[in-house]
Design a protein around this ligand. Structure first.
Ligand SMILES: C[S@@+](CC[C@H](N)C(=O)[O-])C[C@H]1O[C@@H](n2cnc3c(N)ncnc32)[C@H](O)[C@@H]1O
Length: 205
């Protein structure tokens, strides 16, 4: 499928009211503990979360940090805004595309995302933006599902990928570790607790 931002946005706009409910089982069984591990790695005071969605990471935000969060789906962002009011989460939320961030170079101590680069239409362009807005010595932290290294499973994932994109806007066959390594980071590390399909990636600028 063509990497069309409008189509992907529409998918998430459509999913937004049901998103938390649809992911509830996976969230409880798996995602919750991954999120804890991801956010435990955050350092510095000024944090940017990209593709914040409905705000499922709000509960993991460090209390003493200043958090800015963006998403390009207005309906997902609407859910996040309601949640931030309901739960009294101090976060500065904006409608923005990660492929073209409006922040100055070297702005944030940590730039973070969970399950976002499966959907970003031009992932390398988005990752280069994360690199640009991250401070020198700062870090980019990503929790992403990727293509399996098992040949049979990878073949099946590649086969059903077009249907998954059409349905929910996410690709299940991205090589996000390779994409991160395609940016000029000082170091890129994949956490040893990562699984075959879920990767916790730490990139240092
Ligand atoms: C699978 S959801 C994950 C949401 C949230 N990070 C989480 O962990 O639940 C992917 C999110 O990334 C957002 N997204 C995808 N491409 C984007 C882009 N180019 N710019 C900003 N947000 C984007 C989507 O709108 C959606 O809210």
């Amino acid at each position: 499928m063509k990497p069309d931002s409008t189509v992907i946005k529409q998918r998430y706009d459509r999913l937004a009211p049901y998103f938390d409910g649809l992911e509830a089982v996976m969230e409880g069984l798996f995602f919750k503990s991954w999120r804890k591990q991801l956010w435990a790695k955050v350092d510095g005071r000024h944090i940017l979360e990209v593709g914040a969605g409905t705000g499922k990471n709000f509960g993991y935000y460090p209390a003493d940090a200043r958090i800015t969060a963006i998403d390009f789906s207005s309906k997902m962002l609407e859910q996040a805004m309601q949640k931030s009011k309901r739960k009294n989460i101090p976060v500065d939320l904006s409608l923005m595309d990660v492929q073209s961030l409006c922040y100055a170079d070297n702005s944030f101590d940590t730039v973070i995302a969970s399950f976002v680069f499966c959907s970003v239409p031009l992932p390398l362009k988005g990752l280069k933006e994360l690199y640009r807005v991250c401070k020198p010595g700062g870090q980019v932290l990503l929790l992403e599902h990727v293509l399996s290294s098992n040949r049979v499973l990878a073949k099946a994932m590649n086969f059903i990928n077009p249907a998954v994109v059409a349905l929910v806007g996410a690709n299940i066959n991205r090589d996000t570790v390779k994409n991160v390594k395609g940016c000029p980071f000082e170091s890129v590390r994949v956490d040893e607790h990562s699984s075959d399909i879920i990767k916790l990636i730490e990139a240092r600028k």
